[in-house]
Ligand binder design. Structure first.
Ligand code: GLV
Length: 309
């Protein structure tokens, strides 16, 4: 049995070590040195190579090394019926939740403005009071969005979550479906995108939807760059409709050095690091899923390959 590991940023030696601890008999190969393609039974990857799937006739499953699987399902030759699992890991969820909370607090508590004041040696209280508590809208309230929303609700933000279908989100008010989207946007002073990227969600934040936010809202994206139509976001920032954007993801990635987003005064960028997969914690799920396939049991965190999450 051979596993093929294919990644650009992940550390192959660390993954080999952590998988090997749990499955000592495993033949761990690293792309592009995969040897005989007929021996490859499992693919570990965040993003597939074009035409990759047709090369491995005996694949039993794809075990994504990330939470989002758009980089796998985006390949047109993904074989129908090939099982796919994603990572759902407390460590990674906590990382993303911390990033989101940081971004909300950054804008809400005006840390950018205070940093600018410090550069001018200016001691001045800025207005942060208002009649009502700030409203956060979490677009996509699954494992990660739900955890971020619950923490923000515990911090006394007024939190709502938008989901495709109605769901009980506990302390988070739920807005669902097409008809819930506009009312949800209209009450989002901080809009946090944590959606999976699918055909239905690509470009969801465009001129039309950004215009529904309260004037001066903030846009926070820790999902995928393609959820946002970049030109529309920049226009909304320039007009003051959106007061600031905190982006962990961009379209394209990496963002080219001459891209105007880098230098936009109202934009903060981190290079897709809000939730990096931790092999020390995530390898257990991969090993468990291989064990499950070998014994014919259902996968943990299996993705519905038609809906894309
Ligand atoms: C990161 O973006 C992931 O999907 O794990």
């Amino acid at each position: 049995m051979a596993i093929l590991f294919k990644a650009s940023v992940d550390n192959a030696d660390l993954w080999r070590q952590e998988i090997g601890k749990r499955l000592p008999d495993v033949d761990f190969r690293v792309w592009p040195d995969f040897g005989d393609p007929a021996e490859i039974e499992y693919l570990l990857a965040f993003r597939a190579e074009p035409g990759m799937f047709s090369r491995f006739p005996n694949l039993k499953a794809v075990l994504a090394t990330g939470a989002g699987v758009d980089g796998i399902l985006g390949e047109p030759d993904y074989p129908r019926g090939l099982p796919l699992a994603r990572i759902v890991d407390d460590w990674m969820t906590n990382q993303i939740v911390q990033w989101v909370v940081h971004a909300v607090l950054h804008f809400e508590r005006r840390f950018e403005d205070y940093a600018a004041q410090q550069r001018r040696c200016e001691w001045k209280e800025l207005e942060t009071w208002s009649e009502r508590v700030p409203r956060v809208g979490i677009l996509g309230c699954g494992e990660i969005g739900g955890a971020a929303g619950r923490l923000l609700a515990a911090m006394e933000f007024d939190v709502a979550g938008w989901t495709r279908r109605p769901r009980d989100l506990g302390p988070i008010a739920n807005f669902a479906g097409e008809e819930g989207l506009i009312p949800f946007l209209r009450r989002s002073d901080h809009l946090v995108c944590l959606l999976p990227l699918t055909e239905a969600t690509a470009g969801i934040l465009d001129a039309r939807t950004l215009a529904e936010l309260p004037r001066g809202a903030f846009v926070i994206n820790a999902a995928r760059g393609r959820h946002v139509v970049t030109e529309d976001l920049m226009a909304a920032l320039d007009s003051g409709q959106v007061a600031g954007a905190f982006l962990d993801v961009t379209d394209p990635e990496p963002l080219p050095p001459d891209h105007p987003l880098w230098r936009h005064p109202k934009v903060l960028i981190t290079p897709h690091v809000a939730g990096i997969t931790n092999p020390y914690t995530a390898a257990a799920q991969i090993a468990e899923n291989i064990r499950r396939i070998r014994s014919g049991e259902p996968l943990l965190n299996e993705v519905d390959t038609r809906s894309g999450y």
